[in-house]
Design a protein around this ligand. Structure first.
Ligand code: UDP
Ligand code: MG
Length: 314
């Protein structure tokens, strides 16, 4: 039915309370993929929707044999829904995109072209435009600046969960079973031959963003704490600082002795202050050491592969 040499392509679309838009999104996707020679499978992942999304998806699946609907037992969140779809997908090239129409389906064509040019990861990057200062933009810019400063993995600012991945890259991602998932970081950590595809984000077809402030905050926490051990090292730096303060205090007290003004020193202040600074320093440094061990344990329990092969052998 489909030419043998054409790669099979899967689309993974997480859906949470998108009854008002999912039909339109599907129609827009169909406009793009219907004329292509590839075998497509569309995985709609219903992330515990409480509106009519399940019904809409069932109706769509009834009418279009290419659709597979995955229903999560509750709302596990965008990253989990994407993971469920990627786990189920089996195509040669897997594209993830949002259900709200903000990720232009026309870009699927370019993504497939780039995949054929042997790219493993085709990452869409949102070009910022419109209002100069919005809450989302400012927090997002701050977040990317912070994560790129404190983590060893660079995360592309404006990178959306709109990307295509070769089978090889999907399998690599599946070999990372960690629970707190920040896919943008994990994929960038993997390496592989990647290319960035800029796009202008349009408004949602309908409805409101499903990323509440709480969800955004949790994603940022997942990203920061699973990609950086920096917070654990704060103890070490604070301990070092207390030692420096203790040294400064010695110099300060000595200056009174050298200039013969010891009577100006409150009795007991020097020794008390010194003990407080040294003991605090020791405690902080010991906490820092524990932090380092916790960091090592954390990295171990993530069970990430030690390396990934560029061209994996099965
Ligand atoms: N989404 C999801 N689970 C959630 C939140 C969002 O599956 O808990 C889906 C949502 O239906 C959409 C995509 O993830 O397809 C991106 O969400 P949204 O458009 O609300 O985020 P924004 O574009 O505002 O950042
Ligand atoms: Mg959106």
């Amino acid at each position: 039915m489909f030419p043998e040499h054409q790669p099979t392509i899967d689309l993974v679309i997480p859906v949470f309370n998108e009854a008002g838009v999912v039909e339109q999104t599907h129609a827009n996707i169909c406009k793009v993929i219907d004329s292509l020679p590839h075998k497509f499978t569309l995985y709609y992942v219903d992330d515990g929707s409480t509106d009519d999304t399940a019904k809409c998806l069932a109706a769509l699946a009834e009418a279009d044999q290419r659709i597979v609907v995955l229903e999560l037992a509750r709302n596990f969140g965008h990253q989990a829904a994407l993971t469920a779809g990627l786990d189920a997908a089996s195509g040669d090239f897997v594209i993830t995109l949002d259900a709200d129409g903000q990720h232009p389906p026309e870009m699927i064509l370019q993504m497939i072209d780039l995949f054929k040019q042997d790219y493993d990861i085709v990452q869409a990057q949102r070009i910022e435009e419109g209002e100069r200062f919005s809450f989302k933009k400012v927090t997002s810019a701050g977040f990317y600046a912070l994560i790129n400063r404190i983590s060893g993995t660079s995360v592309l600012p404006g990178a959306a969960d709109f990307r295509g991945m070769s089978r090889q890259a999907v399998e690599a991602l599946k070999s990372m079973p960690e629970y707190h998932r920040f896919l943008r970081g994990m994929i960038s950590w993997m390496g592989y031959r990647s290319v960035i595809l800029p796009y202008h984000e349009t408004n949602r077809l309908a409805g409101k963003s499903k990323y509440s402030f709480g969800k955004m905050f949790r994603l940022a926490m997942d990203a920061i704490f699973s990609f950086s051990l920096m917070p654990l090292y704060i103890g070490l730096s604070a301990g070092g600082m207390f030692f420096c303060l203790a040294a400064l205090e010695i110099v300060y007290v000595l200056s009174f002795w050298v200039t013969g003004r010891t009577s100006n020193l409150a009795p007991g202040w020097s020794s008390l202050m010194f003990v407080i600074l040294i003991v605090s320093g020791i405690l902080m440094i010991l906490l820092g050491f524990i932090g380092v061990y916790v960091g090592y344990i954390f990295q171990e329990v993530k069970r990430r592969p030690v390396y990934l092969l560029k061209r994996g052998k099965k």
